[in-house]
Write a protein that binds this ligand. Sequence first.
Ligand code: UT7
Length: 320
Amino acid sequence: MVGKIYGTGSYVPPRVMDNDDLAKIVDTNDEWIRERTGIGRRHIIEEETTSYMAGQAAMKAVEMSGIDPAEIDLILLATSSSETVFPCAACEVQKAIGAVNAAGYDMNAACTGFVLAFNTAQAYISAGFCRTALVIGADSMSNLVDWTDRGTCILFGDGAGAVLLRAEEGEPVYMEAHSDGAKGAALTGLSRHRKGWTGAQEDKESYIHMDGQGVFKFAVRKVPEIIEEVLAKADMSLDEIDYFVLHQANRRIIEAVAKRLKTDISKFPMNLEEYANTSAATVPILLDEMNRKGMFRKGQKIMLSGFGAGLTWAASLFQW
Ligand code: UT7
């Protein structure tokens, strides 16, 4: 059995912050941001929370699928910015959509989170542990960034995306994942809830710190590698893939990956101009946009790949 996508959904907050708005806060400008990243705008939460956005995206995916929420048996929510440590955001989504029979939990692998959650759900389904799974990526990066650091605050946005999977007979899903904890310092988001009971530990801020060029080089090297690994497992060639749906961090990263794979950039859809990097939400938001535009046909081969803090990277190849 494999998990076929029966529905997709996404949610971004209505409040838009464009590059000119950012130029009023930090020393930057629209031209620099567009040229270096491809980003034009980002959507930023006001009153919304990560679990609220996740619930909205989930509702849309469930609605599209036509499946009764009571039939969902698993909710996996990839996030690194839930408003609560517990209850987990997946349980908040369960409550919001009335998925009374589901088990749910959150998964944190930063920007790689959705692809890992998707693969985990596929593994549950193929093992027969569940039949209907909701996989969500949701992040409120605006709560984590340092709004005085022009090197990072320009990159991120907030949002959520979801897919509803239902077990069916079909071609297997091929997947691969890696971590390199030794390079974790390249991209960190420190929690401010770190005071031990003795009070001896420093109470740190929750800002993102990043070696931008280090992360850039890592992505450009490791994403093509993992895509080749998955293709080898599937015994498929690059030109059999219809779309490469990559984590939307930077247009130049995606262009460099396409170039390394000697594959036309038109197979690498992008929406980061509008949403920036919404971390775990980029891949499912893009899947939902493509789906609603009618870009997918039954039997098409789709390669997902996520990469980010950890360092972590993952890929998944499935047939629509
Ligand atoms: O999910 C993964 C998340 N992480 C990423 O995607 C990060 C990957 N890395 C990147 O996207 C790029 O490294 C950045 C977009 C972050 C930076 O681009 P870059 O081409 O690596 O620029 P840089 O850091 O080498 O900086 C070049 C110059 C510097 O000035 P000097 O030293 O040449 O005078 C920076 O101070 O650009 C300056 N700079 C800026 N200028 C205007 C850095 N940030 C900005 C800014 N606006 N926002």
